[in-house]
Design a protein around this ligand. Sequence first.
Ligand SMILES: [Zn+2]
Length: 275
Amino acid sequence: EAYYQEAGRGGRDGLPARALLVAENRDKALHVHFIKQDEVEDGLPGWLADRLGASADGDGRYSLEAPQLARELGGGADKLRSLVGHLARAEVLEPSPAPLDRVAGRFAAKFDGRAAARCRASIDEAARVRWRQYREIWAYVEGDACRRRAILVHFGDRTEPQPGGPCCDVCDPSLRVTAPPPAPETIADLDAAILSVARGARPSVGRTLCAEIVHGGRSQKIKRNSYDGLPAYAASSQMRRADILGRVDQLISEGRLETTGGPYPVLRVAAAAAA
Ligand SMILES: [Zn+2]
């Protein structure tokens, strides 16, 4: 967003300007993480409609505390806000202006099968937009076409780029800012690699995937989440994966790693080991 502003406004005073975009592979994983976080589980719109409906008065008006509702929903305030937005676009709710900590409005229609379908369409469209942005942003970052031209086109300017000075890092590689030396985090040994993955992977990973990453696996899951951008990726590629997994389990039994519960347990670095 900052880069978007810089690139769009830079040079309006007629002077040369430079916009710098700093991106690394790990940001991709984070981007995916945020998109997934915004995904709406199938039952949620109906649940929220029921919950608001139960509290509504005879005219279908509701006014509830947002933080409480977000907790019940099992998501944050953002999730609640986007869900209300989808129900509004599905013409079920008419939100009314309310303080940030309240959800208020009235029911315009019942949440029936057709409303549910409209709501689903709104949710799917929002997801499509996010993934499109994801593809566009990373195609731009990783692309090898003139960035000045790409930005001009993006802002609707079809004129031929006329750089008054150095153009961009594609046209003139000497403009490329060299990345600083690898993260200060040095991977000293297998334990350090395992702990580093447990600490740094987003989304967090379980035992098997952690071992795969340290081993340098090339599965879809690793690529999709850019785990191959982690500092400890392939740190012990010469070892057998089973042995790495064995060491993960030892670290767990030694209390240096913990696993969460639930159907998809993930690793956490124990507080003592993190210090
Ligand atoms: Zn260029």
